[in-house]
Design a binder for this molecule. Structure first.
Ligand SMILES: Cc1ncc(COP(=O)(O)O)c(C=O)c1O
Length: 500
């Protein structure tokens, strides 16, 4: 959209009429992925039932202006949260002493559990910097926690065939400075459950905090078990589990901004909480990271859980499971694609043999399917990831047809003879030698001009990223991000500005 140079592109002199501003808002999402309809196989969770969205939206808006800053002044939000936590504890093996907090998302839930583990360890004994023992399949949120809360990470390999945590490797990495170990139920990347019971025994034996990251699986797994699927024990009823995260904005299909961190008891949760009387203003009591926060997210979560109900979730779980079975069978039937591990829930990853998996992902995008690239790391090769949701059942057959076609095309795409040498050179780069010039060169190699642009095709970028050592990848990504979030500025005098 082009604005005359005379009108500042930032704050309009006169407020815009409602119709115009909503039309302009729509232009912002022209290039977004579809959130409904099943074509997007990551990031979004869709039941296929429009009335669930409508009810959640209504509840969200109804509590939009309440402020969760202080639970004593908006007791409605406290009441909603206590009910939602009670439902989740009953769902996930919480005992009579179980407690929890509603957070903005899985990352916040995981981070808070690690912060609590660190502070509990510090309250009990003298430790050095503190460390976190993570199977390499643990979500990036734990690295974020370690970096924010100044802990070391000890990343240990998982079984290269099952992609499950290797309990002996975890045991070997624990020392006197370990504040927590982590198990996933399941891991996002491969959809497999770590052996939580064995990790629980280890946690008790070594007296360390075990956090179960059930962000993606906590809501759905109990329903799959009720449908007859074998699901190993993973929740708070497992001895040795101190805390568990479960996202309501994933398989409980609540609007984004809804997760829970649950604790075995209040003694553990106490270390999460923050109170401050050390300033001139109002007394601050914050259970979670945010202070002021909308009541919309908790109201919408409460409404979604109560509207869908137990039967509804069971039905949704059945459809999601059927879609996953069709997906896995369909991938198995495509020559050259191989499912990694044995997915135990609804997240499926497949590697390619003899062609570029990232090329397939771009070809799928041309056909309006979003499937997610996962770079190689440790024992996990580069692969394509699918998060199956209830609505996937309606589209899994046509998606698989397109996937088979795209694989056939990728197989015939000749490999660039110079590329392997280039990628091998990237593998040997020293992260300490990273410079802004190198950043520019890599963007150019990937076919990007530099600066803040969102690329259309990702295959080249993913291939380059895949080849780089992780520390260098991270530096490159930070440089990219730093260029991406650059404020729109008024156009120079006389020049038209493109503010779309
Ligand atoms: C296992 C697991 N843990 C944590 C997270 C982080 O959740 P969020 O994106 O809500 O912060 C995710 C997200 O996919 C996840 O799958």
């Amino acid at each position: 959209m082009t604005t005359p140079a005379t009108s500042p592109p930032l704050l309009p002199a006169q407020g815009l009429p409602e119709d115009e501003l909503f039309a302009r808002l729509e232009t912002f999402r022209e290039h977004d992925l579809a959130t409904r309809g099943g074509r997007t196989w990551a990031y979004v969770y869709d039941t296929g039932r429009a009335e669930i969205d409508r009810i959640a939206e209504r509840a969200y808006v109804a509590f939009l202006h309440e402020n969760g800053l202080d639970p004593t002044v908006f007791p409605s939000l406290l009441g909603l949260e206590n009910e939602v936590v009670a439902i989740a504890l009953a769902h996930l093996g919480g005992g009579p002493d179980g407690v929890g907090s509603f957070t903005s998302g899985g990352t916040e839930s995981c981070m808070l559990a690690i912060k609590a583990a660190r502070d509990r360890a510090r309250s009990r004994r003298t430790i050095g910097r503190g460390n976190l023992v993570l199977p390499c399949t643990a979500h990036a949120a734990f690295h974020k926690a370690a970096r924010y809360f100044d802990l070391d990470t000890r990343v240990v390999d998982v079984d290269p065939v099952t992609f499950k945590a290797d309990v002996d490797a975890v045991a070997a990495a624990i020392d006197d400075d370990t504040v927590a170990i982590v198990g996933s139920a399941p891991s996002y990347a491969h959809g497999v459950l770590d052996p939580i019971e064995a990790l629980g025994r280890l946690a008790l034996e070594r007296d360390v905090w075990l956090h179960v990251d059930a962000c993606v699986g906590g809501w759905l797994l109990p329903y799959l078990r009720r449908l007859g699927r074998e699901v190993a024990p993973f929740d708070l009823s497992v001895p040795g589990v101190t805390s568990l995260s479960v996202d309501l904005h994933k398989y409980a299909y609540c609007p984004k901004g809804a997760s829970l961190v649950l604790y075995r008891d209040r003694e553990a949760r106490r270390h999460q909480l923050f109170a401050c009387a050390d300033w001139t203003g109002y007394t601050v009591i914050n259970p979670t990271i945010q202070s002021s926060k909308t009541g919309g997210a908790i109201a919408a979560a409460w409404a979604t859980l109560h509207h869908v109900g137990d039967d509804g979730y069971l039905d949704i779980a059945r459809r999601t499971q059927d879609a996953t079975q069709q997906l896995v069978a369909g991938i198995d039937a495509i020559d050259g694609l191989e499912v990694l591990g044995a997915p135990e829930m609804t997240m499926v990853a497949a590697q390619a043999e003899g062609f570029d998996v990232f090329e397939v992902i771009d070809l799928m995008k041309d056909r309006r399917w979003y499937v997610q690239p996962q770079l190689s790391y440790g024992p996990s090769p580069a692969n394509v990831h699918f998060s199956v949701t209830a609505t996937s059942l309606e589209v899994v057959a046509p998606m698989l047809e397109d996937l088979a076609d795209c694989v056939a095309i990728a197989r015939e795409t000749p490999a660039d003879p110079g590329r392997d040498g280039l990628l091998a050179a990237l593998r040997d780069l020293d992260p300490a030698a990273f410079t802004p010039e190198m950043y520019g060169q890599m963007l150019a190699m990937a076919g990007l001009g530099g600066g803040a642009q969102l690329p259309e095709r990702m295959a080249e970028i993913n291939a380059i990223m895949d080849a780089l050592p992780p520390a260098l990848k991270e530096q490159l990504l930070v440089a990219f991000l730093n260029d991406l979030f650059v404020p729109a500025r008024p156009a120079p005098d006389g020049a038209p500005s493109d503010d779309a």
